[in-house]
Design a protein around this ligand. Structure first.
Ligand code: HEM
Length: 422
């Protein structure tokens, strides 16, 4: 508090904001338990930055804005999934009308997503190793045994490897000791985007001091990064189908399928979380649920238009911007494909290729949903969700909702049973 008081009594230059001291205090007690006097000072900092005569015009005010947005969510009474994961600090879509653009061409965008994904996973496993070696005194409650840490290293490095390879970095041999692989991953990750290291550190704001919450947050953030990447690919698929470019459409779908499948070890990583730890910190996450993930619902609604019952349920009422988009009638892959086939613009091998890629992406998403349901059952049991659903019964009910309606293993208007597939 001393550092912040000093800063407030000075020029309040965002560049000299005492991030380390504030973060240390949040980490010492957990966001839910931060002293209200510190929050009041942070609120004062926010008002100072917003004042027209304020000195908040220096470099990087955006970073400070985003940090204050994430740290003051409970104080403001607007705590939710987006602020829990500090998505704005990570430049991930957080509910603005349009997703946060990474500002480049397709290749740049894909590389930016891969970089962030690798950095998040690398940071998660690096924290495990640091804590296990006793080199960090943070989040001390229920530290896992070394065998669990080693398993986390193995799964984390496996989840990051495909993105790392796409970025042109060699990975480690299969027989590398898990902690050495985690160290190698961390070393590479620190070279990927050094200017964003501070925002990555600031984006870790657990509500409690339970060790496993660190892993939980980083896995959720990594999935958010992945969903944002899927939105990029599926958006481009719609455009390609509308322009009748079947090969790029099929390639985009295949890329999206691989992204989802390659990230599979992330769920295995999360499954190493101790259910008791999860139940401890989730007491303080009420109101923050991935049902509020804009990117996930964009993925779903880019594939096909949700049925009215779902659109009017908590599933879409939790993501009002996405719901508004759907109601405004945005074209989906389902519709673009159906229209192209109906008009005779897509047929023969091209049509079969696109249909097959759609089915493969749908299968990958259904696998994701089933694994998610399994892990939620393991961690949550019969408890209700933090997103105001009854919990796993909700997930069981939505788990098998078809991803597309125009291609399906079941009989459909464009794919007779036994019909030929590419
Ligand atoms: C301990 C692990 C997890 C548990 C216990 C869990 C539990 C739940 C529950 C109960 C819901 C229903 C909404 C609610 O009331 O909160 C839900 C929804 C959701 N979860 Fe998880 N979840 C877990 C991990 C994850 C992870 C790692 C992700 C990745 C981002 C994720 C993404 C989602 C999404 C996208 C939804 C919305 C699904 C929909 O509305 O169709 N969850 N989760």
């Amino acid at each position: 508090m001393r550092e912040l008081t000093t800063w407030l009594s000075g020029t309040t230059d965002p560049r000299t904001f005492p991030y380390a001291a504030v973060l240390r205090e949040f980490h010492r007690v957990g966001k839910h338990f931060v002293d209200p006097r510190l929050l009041e000072l942070l609120d004062g900092a926010r008002q100072r930055l917003a004042a027209p005569e304020g000195t908040g015009s220096g470099a990087a005010p955006g970073l400070l804005d985003d940090f204050l947005d994430a740290t003051l969510d409970k104080w403001d009474g607007r705590y939710d999934y987006r602020s829990y994961l500090a998505l704005r600090l990570l430049r991930l879509p957080a509910g603005e009308d349009e997703p946060v653009a990474t500002g480049g061409d397709d290749t740049t965008t894909r590389r930016d997503r891969d970089r962030l994904f690798v950095r998040l996973v690398a940071d998660a496993v690096a924290f495990e190793v640091t804590a296990a070696r006793g080199a960090a005194d943070l989040f001390p409650l229920r530290r896992p045994a070394w065998a669990v840490v080693a398993k986390r290293c193995r799964l984390g490095t496996r989840a990051a490897a495909p993105a790392l390879r796409r970025l042109g970095h060699p990975t480690w041999p299969d027989d590398t000791a898990p902690a050495d692989a985690a160290a190698a991953l961390h070393t590479v990750a620190t070279t990927l985007d050094p200017p964003s290291d501070l925002s990555l550190r600031l984006s870790m704001l657990p509500v409690h001091v339970t060790h496993d919450e660190y892993l939980f947050i980083r896995v959720l953030q990594a999935y958010e990064c992945l969903f944002a990447a899927l939105v990029d690919e599926l958006d481009a698929t719609v455009a390609a189908l509308a322009d009748l470019r079947p090969t790029p459409a099929a390639d985009r779908l295949a890329y999206a399928r691989d992204l989802l499948d390659d990230a599979g070890p992330l769920f295995s990583l999360l499954a190493t979380m101790q259910p008791e730890s999860f139940r401890t910190f989730r007491q303080y996450t009420e109101g923050a649920s991935a049902i509020q993930s804009r990117s996930y619902k964009r993925v779903e609604s880019l594939c096909r238009t949700p049925l009215p019952g779902r659109l009017d349920s908590v599933a879409y009422r939790s993501v009002p911007e996405v719901r508004a988009r759907v109601r405004a009638g945005r074209t989906t892959i389902d519709e673009a494909y159906r229209a192209a086939v109906r008009d005779g613009r897509l047929d023969g091998p091209d049509r079969r290729l696109v249909a097959r890629r759609m089915e493969e992406f749908a299968a990958a998403l259904l696998r994701w949903r089933r694994t998610h349901h399994r892990i939620a059952t393991r961690m949550l049991g019969q408890r209700s969700g933090t997103g105001y659903t009854e919990g796993t019964p909700y997930l069981a009910a939505v788990r098998d909702v078809p991803v597309f309606t125009s291609v399906d293993r079941r009989p459909g208007p464009f794919e007779p049973v036994g019909g030929q597939r590419a």
